[in-house]
Design a protein around this ligand. Sequence first.
Ligand code: F6R
Ligand code: MG
Ligand code: MG
Length: 365
Amino acid sequence: MAKTTISLIKADIGSFPGHSRTHPLILEKAARMLKEQEGKLLIDSFVTHCGDDLELIMTHTRGEDDPEIHALSWKVFTECAKVAKEMKLYGAGQDILSDAFSGNVKGMGPGVAEMEFEERGSDPVLLFMADKTEPGAWNFYLYKIFADPFNTAGLVIDPQMHDGFIFEVHDVIEKRKIEFRTPEESYSLLAYIGAPSRYVIKYVKRKDGIIAASTSTQRLSLIAGKYVGKDDPVMIVRGQSGLPAVGEIIDPFSIPIIVAGWMRGSHHGPFMPVGLPDANCTRFDGPPRVICLGFQVCNGKLIGPADMFDDPAYDRVRARCNELADILRAHGPFEPHRLSLSEMEYTTLPAVEKTLKGRWVPIKE
Ligand code: F6R
Ligand code: MG
Ligand code: MG
């Protein structure tokens, strides 16, 4: 049987009010356009949103980076941007950074996570979609899921996982990549991925080559050369039968960690796991949030979704995130709520500094 590919491609093409949520008409338009391709380019599709990001979930047999699949996503985003412009939605067309499509949406604004695999007897897949944060936000969770035996019992007691995993890490500034093998190189891996604004885990594979996780690593400001919001990443994780169990994959989201993004892409804030009805950014344009849809993949068909964080088991982390939000918000314009100066280079702050440049005079000692 042909291998199955899951393509999860997203873009912010406009929202309401402000940067908070995608409009129902946009979701409907995107869903219709993908449905038309089922039985043609696509096997199956599902459309949703996290905050102001339109998320296209597509299955097919064409592999990663397929020009036709990327062209289809591009067409959906540009057509939906037209609808957004007609309604004067906020930031209409925001993530469409170029008019000239050249076969791949990477580098043109949208975020892309894709995974091609041979379907096993039964294949559970979890799709994570975030708003108001950056791709490196997944680093912490991927480490916990695939390298921390205090999170993933299978690393200790499942012989198929006992040898560990391989992490492919991208340096998004220098545009280079490296692989680390765990558990033997965990400390070297952590030396890099602990700096998530620069080092981002792109893929995780089991040591026998089975693909387990794939993320989006696009950083818009680095592509556009100016501030264009944060990059609101997506991630695909496969589970069970020699890979971490579904419950091991979502358990680390019960820890309230702090990520970069939030208001104006310029603040640290708690990363809140929410169900689909709460996938709308509100307080201070946030807080940063993440949804998780679970599917069984059956000959390319998506059986589901299950709304994984729509569960009282995640109430406590949400309450703790709200506590953290209060503490960080109380800092107002001060660090560490505001990002460090090196990260603020990619925001609108340098434009303010430029207007004050001439006012500075040297200190004579
Ligand atoms: C964050 C985000 C928003 C905007 C903010 C200001 O990624 O998109 O927090 O940065 O609403 O938007 P403008 O400058 O368009 O008024
Ligand atoms: Mg927006
Ligand atoms: Mg967004």
